[in-house]
Unconditional design. Structure first.
Length: 501
């Protein structure tokens, strides 16, 4: 993660000042540096009367709106993601129009204090932005802690794990150094009543308030916190449990599948398919993986594979590949007069594939159909699909193209049936062409240096095919020089993807 402050955020706040849009960075001001470098989210409360000019401004700066999975969003909060061209980093901006906060997994309270935040905001001299008055921020931070308390927190504290710890403890300590007791109590009287305000000073004097102390503070609040609830007690408990179980299952499932826990935010205007193409040795897999990792922290991404490599093989193909490897280990490699010039192609003037080869190809067709359907559905749901390679039907005989086209009229019915299966597979793939193609171009010498095990003729043929591919007018094609350093290539690929979102 970059340690450089993101220029896109500087531009945002400068524009807010220039256009006199009232805002306040309302929480977590203790780690503003982390927010300004893209390490953590940016939480900003805006004057709701500025919705129209703010929406226009965010679009002009390059922020793009995303939506969370149904059932996981919160009222009065919108999600925008910005891209910093200088560093290649993403920043996640929470746009708050109201103070929706509270329990973990729910945020079931709304505090009607937005105008107080905006009226008492202070300017931070280091970052030149408006932040919350520390007295107000500390009061609300303690209220948020009370709202998050659950029975399990009593048990954990009894077993030696304090509730106030880590980031929360640092934040309270940071705010304590910026407030005066007299002003803190005065703010507390207005917001939580006399009794709770008097206990505020005792709370902040404690090195680490206990769960019991926080509960006692919560009971003294007037009006009671229940008056600010967005849901009834039963509905809140049900929704919180449902969300917690759903998120826990999602994390467990990803762990079992060996997949990272990714964001679920999607694009409200529909998804995007990005294909990374290039000959062997161009760096397709590396660039695809880095793009997926870059995006998945903030938006929903699906990575797929358009080739026939071993790493993507289904159990059937994997079993056949292992059997072939065992056969070669026992009997040795096939003789040169039997071996095909390229195991990735079927030559029009050669004999039709063997039964074993046809079974392998039929398994590959089935995989490709499944991937094409999954990618099409993901795009339809607003996700971003990153495809390492992409099947093409323009050049038969390799480079992820058709292999059985010469035998569509073969005398053997099973060869014809396999060829028709292949044709149907490519028609299915062609239903959803990529929206963006990032084409990595390298010289034959570079490709052979990076992939010395690949035959020279296959490398040259692959370069010609990739260069010769044509796409529909709806597909944007970006050609990148794969000879450049990897970080430069990835930065250009990020820019192309961001422009297409």
């Amino acid at each position: 993660m970059t340690t450089t402050r993101l220029a896109v955020l500087r531009t945002l706040f400068d524009r807010l000042h220039a256009e006199n849009i009232r805002y306040c960075h309302w929480k977590s001001n203790e780690h503003l540096l982390a927010s300004f470098t893209g390490t953590t989210d940016v939480d900003v409360l805006f004057d709701r009367r500025a919705i129209i000019p703010l929406t226009r401004m965010l679009g002009e700066i390059g922020f793009k709106r995303f939506v969370v999975k149904p059932g996981r969003g919160y009222p009065g909060i919108e999600d925008y993601v910005g891209y910093d061209a200088a560093t290649g980093a993403l920043t996640h901006l929470h746009v708050h129009y109201q103070l929706t906060l509270g329990e973990k997994f729910l945020k079931g309270h709304r505090l009607p204090w937005e105008e107080r935040y905006l009226a008492t905001r202070v300017r931070d001299p280091e970052f030149d932005i408006y932040t919350a008055d520390p007295h107000l921020e500390l009061v609300v931070l303690l209220l948020r802690a009370v709202m998050k308390l659950r029975t399990r927190d009593f048990v954990k504290e009894m077993l030696g794990t304090p509730f106030i710890s880590g980031g929360l403890q640092r934040e309270i300590g940071w705010l304590k150094r910026r407030v005066t007791e007299q002003q803190l109590v005065a703010v507390g009287r207005e917001l939580v009543g006399d009794a709770a305000a008097l206990s505020l000073s005792r709370l902040v004097e404690s090195a680490r308030p206990s769960v019991h102390d926080l509960r006692a503070f919560g009971r003294r609040i007037n009006p009671a916190l229940d008056e600010y609830r967005l849901f009834g007690t039963t509905a809140a408990a049900r929704q919180m449990l449902t969300r917690e179980v759903g998120i826990a299952w999602w994390k467990i499932r990803n762990w079992l599948l060996g997949a990272p826990t990714k964001s679920t935010r999607t694009m409200p205007h529909g998804g995007l398919t990005v294909a990374i193409l290039g000959p062997d040795g161009a760096g397709k897999s590396t660039v695809s993986t880095l793009l997926t990792a870059w995006l998945s922290r903030e938006v929903a991404v699906v990575q797929t594979y358009g080739g026939s490599g071993k790493g993507s093989a289904s159990p059937v193909r994997l079993l056949m590949q292992r059997a072939g490897a065992l056969r070669r280990a026992v009997l040795g490699p096939p003789s040169s007069n039997v071996r095909r010039s390229s195991d990735k192609s079927e030559r029009p003037n050669s004999a039709p594939p063997s039964p074993a080869r046809l079974i392998w190809l039929l398994a590959l067709f089935r995989e490709r159909r499944a991937r094409a359907r999954a990618a099409r559905r993901a795009k339809g749901l607003g996700m971003i699909v990153i495809s390492d390679r992409f099947p093409q039907s323009q050049f038969p005989g390799g480079n992820d193209g058709p292999r059985l086209a010469p035998w569509l009229e073969h005398g053997s019915w099973w060869v014809r049936a396999a060829a028709r299966q292949e044709r149907g597979t490519f028609r299915l793939v062609d239903l959803s062409p990529p929206d963006l193609v990032v084409r990595l171009n390298v010289l034959p010498e570079t490709a052979l240096q990076r992939k010395p095990e690949t035959p020279a003729e296959q490398v040259r043929q692959g370069i010609e095919v990739i260069r010769g591919l044509r796409f529909p007018p709806t597909t944007r094609v970006v050609d990148l020089d794969g000879e450049q350093p990897l970080d430069h290539v990835v930065r250009q690929a990020k820019q192309a993807v961001w422009e297409s979102i």
